[in-house]
Ligand binder design. Structure first.
Ligand code: NAD
Ligand code: LMR
Length: 329
């Protein structure tokens, strides 16, 4: 076992996602069984008592990989020296609410947290935003942290990516392991575009194998894009264990690299690839290595995909303009 613990900051730690996420990080699911982890947990003041209870439970698990836990309500203390910051805390969407409604409420949170990360995080910090509206919250944090390279910010579309893999596996009878090169383009919202035209099932092109445009358009895409709302309707609260699992998948693959012959979906700052406006936090197919990501280039985009990729970009432009109007970026 190495000796210096990796400092992982988690915000919204007393929330539903936190209750799944913390135990899995502490258990080594993110960094492996040989890397000690120091958890630094941020909450708002009224939730600190509940968080103390969660910390008692973490203690009671006696995880060999958990080197220590610090809690607090001041981001400049909790982000101090953080190597990885998982920004989960935000106001979750309730029944009937759209993500746009949440922009203003969450803007203040991500402005303050971006500034604090800029001031005190470790030089190698990576920042993953799960809290919704995730892409635009990441954009706000990034703009408020001018000294942190923009490539260190990403928003979570891995849950959508995993949902798409699961739907495709069910349709084709393949195992999850046989599915590669899934892509979610754009926003973590109902406008996202889950793309089967570049995905593979057992080495075969997924769209050709399925050969059912009606299923793709009327079933697959809406099922994946509206899964969050379906879970809210069924459970009465938003996805939590699956969101925590995807948050871990995303951070692990970012830090440890994607396997040869596959890629993952991550919302990262656009450099204009695929004619997406520069500077948006847009979900792309990426490969990762050594803690850095690279957008997969050269994929052929037909008219159907182009329209969907542009529609989700247009929504992100609207969100960006709204937060610009509010003076948040
Ligand atoms: P939750 O309400 O159970 O927990 C959120 C926690 O954040 C609360 O404990 C709250 O006190 C805390 N919080 C609020 N403001 C804070 C601040 N300024 N600093 C620190 N903590 C703060 O919600 P949840 O179910 O855990 O979901 C968290 C977020 O993740 C929501 O925005 C939800 O919509 C989002 N989400 C995203 C995805 C995704 O795929 N990107 C999936 C599921 C949920
Ligand atoms: C999800 O995708 O499950 C979450 O983002 C919750 C939501 O608001 O859809």
């Amino acid at each position: 076992m190495s000796t210096t613990p990796v400092k992982v900051a988690v915000t919204g730690a007393a929330g539903q996602i936190g209750y799944s996420l913390l135990f899995r990080i502490a258990n080594g699911d993110l960094l492996g069984p040989d890397v000690p982890v120091q958890l630094q947990l941020l909450e708002i003041t009224p939730a600190l008592k509940a968080l103390e209870g969660v910390v008692m439970e973490l203690d009671d698990c006696a995880f060999p990989t958990l080197a220590g836990v610090e809690i607090g309500d001041d981001p400049t203390k909790i982000f101090d020296g953080a190597n990885l910051a998982l920004l989960v805390g935000a106001r979750p969407r309730g029944p009937g609410m759209e993500r746009g409604d949440l922009l203003e409420a969450n803007g203040a949170i991500f402005t303050a947290q971006g500034k604090a990360l800029n001031e005190v995080a470790a030089d190698d910090v990576r920042i993953g935003v799960t809290g919704n509206p995730a892409n635009t919250n990441a954009l706000i944090a990034m703009h408020n942290a001018p000294d942190i390279p923009q490539s260190r910010f990403s928003a979570l579309t891995r849950l959508d990516h995993n949902r798409a893999i699961s739907q495709l596996a069910a349709k084709t009878g393949a195992t999850v392991r046989e599915i590669k090169k899934m892509t979610i383009w754009g926003n973590h919202s109902a406008t996202q575009y889950p793309d089967l035209f570049h995905a593979e099932v057992g080495g075969k092109n997924a769209a050709e194998l399925v050969n059912d445009q009606a299923w793709l358009e009327n079933d697959f895409i809406p099922t994946v894009a509206k899964r969050g709302a379906a879970i809210i309707d069924a459970r009465g609260s938003s996805s939590a264990a699956s969101a925590a699992s995807a948050t871990i998948d995303a951070a692990r693959d970012w830090l440890k690299g994607t396997p040869e012959g596959d890629w993952v979906s991550m919302a990262v700052v656009s450099d204009g690839s695929y004619d997406i406006p520069e500077g948006l936090i847009y979900s792309y197919p990426v490969t990762t290595s050594g803690g850095d990501w690279e957008i997969v280039q050269g994929l052929e985009i037909d008219d159907f995909s182009r329209a969907k990729m542009d529609a989700t970009a247009a929504e992100l432009v609207e969100e960006r303009d709204a937060v610009k109007g509010l003076g948040l970026i």
